[in-house]
Design a protein around this ligand. Structure first.
Ligand code: SF4
Length: 295
């Protein structure tokens, strides 16, 4: 710390001490949590520019420091919403009651915030103009397993839910064959808007929408992702490898285990591939510790 910084720090320190002493003389015993008040307090007391006081606040707001043990250590931290820093006469050795850090954010609420952003998104001009509505995703917000598809089709665009047409019914059967229910898993697509005539998503469209599905996955934090089809697989894994090469092995997406299989819409056109998909599902269920009935 330079001499100038040291002088500045000492001035703020002394000013806050004087301020606390004046509060004591006024009979005040409790203060609101310090991070919110430190900038204005320090600025007001020391005549410092706001950024100087903010630096004090930031320096103290990221660590757990016992509330001042004496009036000589006035820059103390109350890190919880319901904490007040005690101001008492003389030495302050009383332990401060702290509550645990803020509770886990509600995944349903967090997903809903992203959903509202998606609803108003017009990044892909063509898709935003031709869609009936956006199709966000559905299922258990804390699912162990997410199914990631390509994009909404006509039925999904109409109903606002992914995988509700013929391909969706086949996906339901696959999920049931795995002894799971649709409500157990989370189903989403790479694109939230239907490409006209169900054309393949353009690279700039998948890039535009990446932010949304990545945030969904970050909120849900599944243990497993099953990519349905080449677009979902290549987009998630940022690869140009064919589905044939990607199938039958585990991949990693930010610590989440990724399985790749055929899209149900493709299986409707090529039913002989269902056997391969079932092999993929058996591998996935085995890894998830889900026992499948003998077929
Ligand atoms: S596809 Fe995704 S990025 Fe493009 S307009 Fe729809 S929500 Fe926005």
């Amino acid at each position: 710390m330079s001499e100038l910084q040291q002088n500045s720090s000492d001035r703020i320190h002394n000013a806050i001490r004087q301020y606390l002493e004046s509060l004591q003389r006024s009979g005040i015993r409790q203060l609101p949590r310090l991070p919110d008040m430190a900038p204005s307090l320090a600025t007001r007391a020391a005549g410092q520019p706001a950024h100087a006081a903010s630096a004090v606040s930031e320096a103290t707001s990221t660590q757990t420091v016992p509330i001042a043990t004496s009036i000589d250590q006035p820059i103390a931290l109350a890190h919880s919403d319901n904490i007040a820093a005690p101001v008492s006469q003389g030495a302050m050795t009383e332990p401060v009651q702290t509550s645990p850090p803020s509770v886990e954010p509600d995944p349903l609420a967090a997903l809903d915030r992203v959903r509202r952003e998606v609803m108003h998104c017009t990044l892909c001009h063509e898709l935003a103009q031709t869609r009936t509505q956006t199709v966000f995703g559905t299922g258990n917000p804390s699912a162990r397993l997410c199914f990631l598809g390509e994009a909404p089709g006509a039925d999904e665009d109409r109903q606002g839910e992914p995988f509700v047409g013929a391909a969706g019914r086949l996906l339901d059967k696959i999920i049931q064959a795995c002894t799971l229910k649709r409500e157990d898993v989370y189903i989403l697509n790479v694109l939230k808007c239907r490409p006209p005539n169900n054309r393949t998503p353009l690279p700039e469209e998948t890039a535009n929408c990446r932010n949304f599905f990545e945030r969904q996955l970050a909120i849900i934090q599944p243990e497993f992702i099953c990519c349905l089809g080449a677009v979902a697989s290549q987009t998630l894994l940022r690869t140009t490898q064919s589905l044939g090469r990607l199938r039958g092995q585990w991949h990693d997406y930010q610590g989440i285990r990724v399985m790749v299989t055929y899209h149900p819409a493709y299986l409707l056109r090529a039913p002989d591939r269902k056997r391969d998909t079932w092999e993929d599902m058996k591998m996935l269920m085995h890894e998830m510790g889900i026992e499948l009935p003998a077929r």
